[in-house]
Design a protein. Sequence first.
Length: 159
Amino acid sequence: MTESAAQRPLARREGLLVEKLPDEVLIYDLDRKKAHCLNQTAALIWNNCDGRTSVSALARILEKDSDKEIQESVIWHGLHQLHKASLIEGTLILPDGKDRLSRRELVKRIGLAVSIPAVVSIIAPQASAALSCAGPTCSGGPGQGTCSAPCNCIGSVCQ
């Protein structure tokens, strides 16, 4: 199979706030209001998606970083997660069967020689959520409870 443009992924860089930490990369998507946490393996894949580097070359980069043999299925798994999180530009065309490979199946197939790429995403709350009541009941019980501002304890319910 020849290396096509779809197999030379390009990381999305526009509209993102990126914070590199020692063991992970945190990305906030300003357009979609989502936060993503990439483990070291997913971050290494994402950082090297320049539109010129092939999937096989990404595997070699990961091998060099981990001193372990890396199967391309690890890279495809990471690319699939990054694409689902809208962190890869354009369309990602996965080879047959690659999109059906779960994290569990990948671990069974390759073992734990390398950290499996992981992208954890959450939807960031609206700013107005910080102003809403913290919980349905007052802390401390009826008549003696307190609610976080701007809520009031009415009976045993924050309102």
